[in-house]
Design a protein around this ligand. Sequence first.
Ligand SMILES: [Zn+2]
Length: 384
Amino acid sequence: MFFGRYQSGEEGGDFSEDFFEHINALISWSCSMAKTNLIHKCLIFFITALVLSAQSTASRAEANFVSLPKIKNNTVAPRIIYIENPRFQAISPLDLQKVVQTARGLVNEHFGIAVKLPGKITTLKIDAIFPELIKNKPQQFDNLIGDFRNNKVDWTSIKELLIEQIKKQKDPLAKQIEFARPYLVTPLAKEEPGAFAQAVMTTMKERLLYWTEAKLDDGLPVIGAQPYNEYGYWTLMAKLGIEAEIVLTNQLVASVEYMPTPVHTSIRGGITGGATEYNPKSKYGASVWVSLFPYFSEDPQIKKLRNGDSYSRDEALTYAGIMLAHEMGHQLLQLGHPWSNKACLMRPAEVLDFSAWAKNLDAEKCRIDSSPAMKPGTAKAPIW
Ligand SMILES: [Zn+2]
């Protein structure tokens, strides 16, 4: 009932995109952001076999992207939905208001856009949403998802995809290693792409499989039988036209796909904190989703990636609001990631260290147009 009848969907974040062929003749979109430290996994796009017949060079040139939204009077009025998994930390309506109020203040301060908030944030149960997605998923959809729950991931392929990703980066290998080394669960055998990819893959595998063992308060694994944690389904939700510009959830999103995944995403175990995705029902052409889990969880693995920090409830709500504002910068202005300027809201946090991220923000030092990544229209979500 919440979904339209559109065909494919897509993506997350900012970047410059590459269209490239993929496993089993599927095509995926990938984020070619050089650099480290994202909060969210960059673009990964699922395109069905139906579209595959057009995967020639010509089709690359014709690839469609969401247009830069026209924002009247510098004011937006997003519809907001909260998708709740009752197994995870409860987030009250007041908490949600704090998150969106924080985002509203930052979007105004950093981007000069006024945000009119809805009087009410609609709450939907996750187990009412996903059956629709599962029913409407594209034919080849499951082929792109690594089935780690059943220990059926082809990790050798994941490693090869990582090598591809590592070699594509603008940063030299030594710099990539320097960033990742503190987070690797295994020592690096040699400083070369294959050994580095092996260590990153091992780290990703361990951190991702961890969630099938670690328990929530109900005594059951954080990641159970349902695919609620799968990045692909959150992308699909937007593509199928969920009626909202902003989607918040308390669900952990962590997964592995047979696509080149950035090293910084891999080392935190495939966690995606949020993304901006093509949504045909969104007023702005794309909707954003943000997972609140990384801010509220006190799980030891999450804390490790946040530099050992525990967050108060207010801190967690504030950081989630910052993350939402970041995604809205992708959605409303199609800004990219200005990696070299720590004052920028659009520069992603390092690993899950939101505290350091928040401290450095300074709108005066990161104005619109102040760098190539801060030019509106820089990072467009592909339409699939
Ligand atoms: Zn981003």
